[in-house]
Design a protein around this ligand. Structure first.
Ligand SMILES: Cc1cc2nc3c(=O)[nH]c(=O)nc-3n(C[C@H](O)[C@H](O)[C@H](O)COP(=O)(O)OP(=O)(O)OC[C@H]3O[C@@H](n4cnc5c(N)ncnc54)[C@H](O)[C@@H]3O)c2cc1C
Length: 432
């Protein structure tokens, strides 16, 4: 059965969320920009906590995990419909308790954590009491985890971690880190790496620098370069089994990638909305911008590109719900990840162009969106790597032909068809 409708009850919640984000949360982006991941001051708490409460009352708080994993979610498809609303605003995911990277971190603790780890880390994370950081990339290379060298060495019932990690988002404000390290250099990295959960204030965790994205002031970024300096953690800090890091990373990154895509729909829609308003409002060279053929092409191409992307994301979310296993849907998640930066870039760029000089100023959000598109092409793995994944998965369903001519070679197929229908073809010739 195919259906492209949302059930009326959930649609009501979505309509409420849409209005709530625009009216109550978007103003937070203007008064407290880049502050989403810093602990709430008393003043901010006075504003943000009542908003969170309203979200909770509607049953929309922390819906990224289903009841089987300790959350109150409704599955990925419904999360997609909610996330595309939240994608409009950096503060919105925080107010709804489903912000990256905490969502992915919660998911792997829910899947692989011990009861003690869930109590200590997952519960407060789901309650929005603290932030977390995922510490995997290293300065010498992120796209290829087989190059990682940060090492944990066993010492009795403890492990001692040494090495560098880079781009650990929000480490500066996170209460705990999930770090991926080599535990056995003598086997393949796929079996020789493990993950540890540790409080950020563990002695030896040294944040050397907080790297900022373009446009952020020096030293005020949120992506940490960390040196793990003889960091001692107990055996109980191991997340999942020893050597399980790759399997865990796949669980984490599968969810993370599709959630970014859901939010990207909302951001791109916002750019398209602005493009259309401007096209209908600006008069130049004898007509509205909306009457210029090139601007019409911008609008039409953006609409079509966004519709394609949205359907692709919703379909992939629906498939995840069906099979409940990111690995099975890996091809489609990777395909979504490949097209995501281009969709956001193209629509934001056209919207910016239609706004003329105003579009490139810091009085409009377009350049932030364009930078966001570039970030989408790197965070959770570069586009090129995901493209390779898609290609490999697609090719897996095909096999080579031994023949020198392709199996769709028309002369042979024509001969076969003629042979099959020879009797009738002869008749036709006879009747002419
Ligand atoms: C905003 C942001 C937040 C991030 N947050 C986190 C985080 O919280 N935790 C964390 O651990 N990491 C995080 N990262 C790091 C991210 O996962 C890495 O940047 C990414 O995996 C790429 O690694 P790299 O930057 O070292 O690039 P490299 O591995 O050096 O790759 C550089 C370029 O080489 C090309 N390339 C690489 N591999 C291939 C290939 N196989 N085939 C073809 N071309 C290839 C691509 O063009 C790629 O962009 C974040 C990154 C960004 C931008």
């Amino acid at each position: 059965m195919w259906s492209f409708e949302t059930d009326p009850e959930y649609q009501e919640l979505l309509d409420w969320a849409d209005e709530f984000v625009r009216a109550e949360i978007e103003p937070l982006d203007l008064v407290w920009p880049h502050q989403q991941f810093t602990p709430l001051t008393a003043a901010r708490r006075a504003v943000v906590d009542p908003l969170k409460e309203q979200v909770g009352q509607r049953g929309l708080w922390a819906t990224h995990l289903g009841p089987d994993l300790g959350g109150q979610g409704y599955g990925q498809l419904k999360l997609a419909l909610l996330n595309e609303i939240l994608g409009r605003s950096p503060w919105a995911p925080i107010v709804f308790g489903c912000q990256a990277p905490d969502t992915g971190n919660a998911e792997i603790i829910a899947h692989f954590g011990t009861p003690e780890q869930k109590e200590r880390y997952l519960r407060p994370l789901l309650e929005g009491e603290l932030f977390s950081s995922y510490s995997m990339t290293e300065p010498q290379g992120g796209a290829d985890p087989t190059q990682f060298t940060t090492r944990a060495v066993r010492d009795g019932d403890h492990w001692v971690i040494n090495g560098w990690k880079y781009f650990s988002s929000n480490a500066a404000t996170a209460s705990f880190l999930i770090v991926m390290v080599v535990t056995n250099p003598d086997v393949s990295p796929y079996q020789g790496m493990s993950m540890f959960l540790l409080p950020t204030d563990t002695p030896g965790v040294r944040i050397v620098r907080n790297v900022g994205l373009y446009g952020e002031p020096d030293g005020e970024g949120s992506h940490a370069l960390i040196h793990y300096d003889d960091v001692r953690v107990p055996d109980t800090a191991l997340l999942g089994g020893e050597g399980q890091a790759f399997a865990i990373a796949q669980t984490r990154l599968g969810g993370g990638r599709i959630h970014h895509a859901m939010r990207t729909i909302g951001l791109a829609q916002r750019a398209l909305d602005m493009m259309c308003e401007r096209a209908l409002s600006r008069h130049t060279a004898g007509s509205l911008l909306a009457d210029k053929q090139t601007v019409q092409a911008y609008v039409a191409d953006s609409y079509a590109q966004l519709l394609q992307f949205r359907l692709m994301v919703l379909y992939t979310a629906w498939r995840i719900d069906r099979v409940n296993d990111y690995k099975v849907v890996r091809k489609d998640i990777a395909a979504v990840k490949v097209v995501m930066p281009t969709v956001l870039h193209d629509i934001a760029w056209r919207a910016m162009q239609v706004h003329g000089a105003l579009g490139v100023t810091n009085e409009m959000p377009f350049l932030g969106m364009v930078t966001g598109a570039a970030v989408m092409g790197l965070a959770d793995g570069p586009t090129e790597v995901h493209r390779t994944t898609v290609a490999k998965q697609v090719l897996r369903d095909y096999s080579a032909t031994d023949d020198v001519w392709p199996s769709e070679w028309l002369p042979r197929k024509r001969d076969e068809a003629r042979h099959r229908f020879a009797e009738y073809l002869d008749l036709e010739v006879g009747n002419q």
